[in-house]
Design a protein around this ligand. Structure first.
Ligand SMILES: *[C@@H]1O[C@H](CO)[C@@H](O)[C@H](O)[C@H]1NC(C)=O
Ligand SMILES: *[C@@H]1O[C@H](CO)[C@@H](O)[C@H](O)[C@H]1NC(C)=O
Ligand SMILES: *[C@@H]1O[C@H](CO)[C@@H](O)[C@H](O)[C@H]1NC(C)=O
Length: 446
């Protein structure tokens, strides 16, 4: 008789588990934005660019991009940045271009904070995110563009953010710090095979954009660098983020849509956001929604996420005065190790732009599905704390196992003003989440 040895069974089991996570039908962001081949190519060297780490290349970048913008070539133009360190002030991209960083190419931001140009505040924030008034323009900026690619052979965009982090620490910032890369009102954007290092503030910020693909990127900043979020899709739709490593001083990916009364008035949601195969470490959250979500956030899928040495694994955060909605959010296939809190869904996070926010503008949180989440060395499994006058509903937790350092007993979950279901969750969450009688998953209603 044929005998199956335990080892074979064990291997098969592991294979099925891991194949589901790593090798099963590899779904990708391809197709959201067509990849462009550009036959017209120019090099930054043709415009006087010098990669010696000292020469200021602002004029070279601005002239090269001016040429691309005004001598419009069929199919657009590729701007090649050869190996070397290219110091420059901030610059704007233009439509139908590829910024191509060769292997060993570094585009490095100057530290001249006094001459850094200002731009208007985002209407959905009403002011700069950290200081009133305008905000410093992003190091690499794009407004009203289409068909833009930033790619290459894993060259680096270096924000040299230290000087900005110190201004924040010392309270000497006059305006909100610059993002490393921001696209506003743009569509058809691809960012791939690039390393982002030491952003002054958020790293990659697509705001009021659609059809954005970010893949094969590495984003790194020290864990104590303030507000260096990895990727913040903000009031944007059809954003796909995949196969990336992010380790920064704030949330790795945070889906946003504006701030309190300004975000409510602007009313532009983030929707159809996909995040998959992202690995990294954050002192705050791995995958976050909010806390600025006043225009609404819906149809978010995050899957195959690996987090280690982090503050919070999955964090959905909003506040009184935010208004908006957070609905149809699914986070699945997450592995986390050495994390302070596994899952945190809360209605009391973040600050307000001013005291004109409407205390009756309550967020509506419904239809959050978290499943297949496995954590080891998790200090606190989770907490779900809705708002008294706006309870969070349709919260579905399924197949979740979050355990602490010292064996199977973690501190209990904290729940309030929440309803939904829990299936195979260990440690057991709380009485507010019911265990549905039928097997299978808890259907999310929103
Ligand atoms: C870059 O774009 C910003 C915002 O659109 C604009 O205010 C600024 O004048 C532009 N800078 C240059 C050098 O074109
Ligand atoms: C760039 O880095 C990514 C992510 O680490 C990797 O998958 C890719 O193969 C690298 N690409 C090149 C051209 O070296
Ligand atoms: C929920 O969001 C997912 C994307 O994560 C989308 O595919 C699905 O259609 C959405 N469901 C509904 C009912 O809109």
């Amino acid at each position: 008789m044929f005998r199956v040895r335990p080892f074979v069974l064990f291997s098969l089991c592991c294979f099925l588990f891991w194949s589901h996570i790593s090798f099963g039908n590899l779904i990708t962001c391809s197709g959201i934005v067509p990849m462009r081949y550009r036959s017209d190519k120019v090099s930054i060297a043709d415009f006087g660019g010098v990669g010696d780490g000292r020469t200021l290349n602002t004029k070279a970048f601005r002239e090269a991009i001016f040429r691309i913008q005004h001598l419009r070539r069929r199919g657009g133009t590729l701007l090649y940045v050869p190996p070397g360190v290219y110091l420059t002030e901030s610059f704007n991209l233009t439509s139908h271009m590829t910024l191509y960083l060769a292997r060993g190419a570094i585009i490095r931001a100057t530290q001249d904070t006094w001459n850094w140009p200002l731009v208007a505040p985002l209407p959905s924030y009403g002011r700069g995110r950290e200081r009133p008034g305008g905000r410093y323009m992003s190091f690499i900026h794009g407004d009203g563009l289409r068909d833009v690619v930033i790619t290459g052979e894993n060259g680096t965009i270096d924000g040299q953010g230290g000087i900005w982090w110190n201004m924040w620490r010392q309270g000497t910032l006059r305006f909100t710090r610059p993002n490393l890369v921001e696209f506003m009102n743009s569509r058809g954007i691809i960012i791939s095979n690039v390393i982002f290092r030491n952003s002054p503030f958020w790293n990659i910020h697509p705001v009021y954009c659609s059809n954005v693909v970010i893949r094969y990127v590495t984003i790194v900043a020290p864990s104590d660098s303030p507000n260096t979020d990895g990727i913040d899709p903000d009031s944007s739709s059809n954003v796909c983020i995949e196969d990336s490593f992010i380790s920064t001083g704030d949330d790795l990916v945070a889906v946003k849509s504006g701030w309190d009364e300004y975000g409510i008035a602007y009313g532009r949601p983030s929707s159809h956001i996909t995040i998959r195969r992202v690995t990294g470490s954050s002192p705050f959250a791995g995958i976050a929604v909010g806390s600025e979500a006043s225009g609404g956030v819906e149809h978010v899928l995050a899957e195959n996420i690996v987090l280690y040495n982090s503050g919070i694994g999955v964090n959905i955060k909003t506040n009184i005065g935010r208004g908006g909605f957070i609905r149809n959010i699914t986070v699945t296939q997450v592995f986390m190790e050495n994390v302070r809190t596994g899952i945190k869904i809360t209605g009391d996070t973040g600050d307000h732009p001013d005291n004109r926010f409407n205390p009756n503008a309550l967020p509506y949180v419904k239809g959050i599905t978290l499943k297949n989440i496995w954590g080891v060395r998790v200090q606190q499994a989770g907490s779900i704390q809705g708002l008294k006058n706006a309870p969070f509903t349709g919260i579905c937790l399924s197949r979740i196992n979050l355990h602490g350092r010292t064996g199977p007993r973690s501190p209990p979950w904290k729940c309030s003003d929440v309803s939904g279901a829990a299936i195979e969750v260990s440690p057991w969450p709380c009485a507010q989440l019911t265990s549905p009688q039928q097997t299978g998953s808890c259907a999310s209603h929103f």
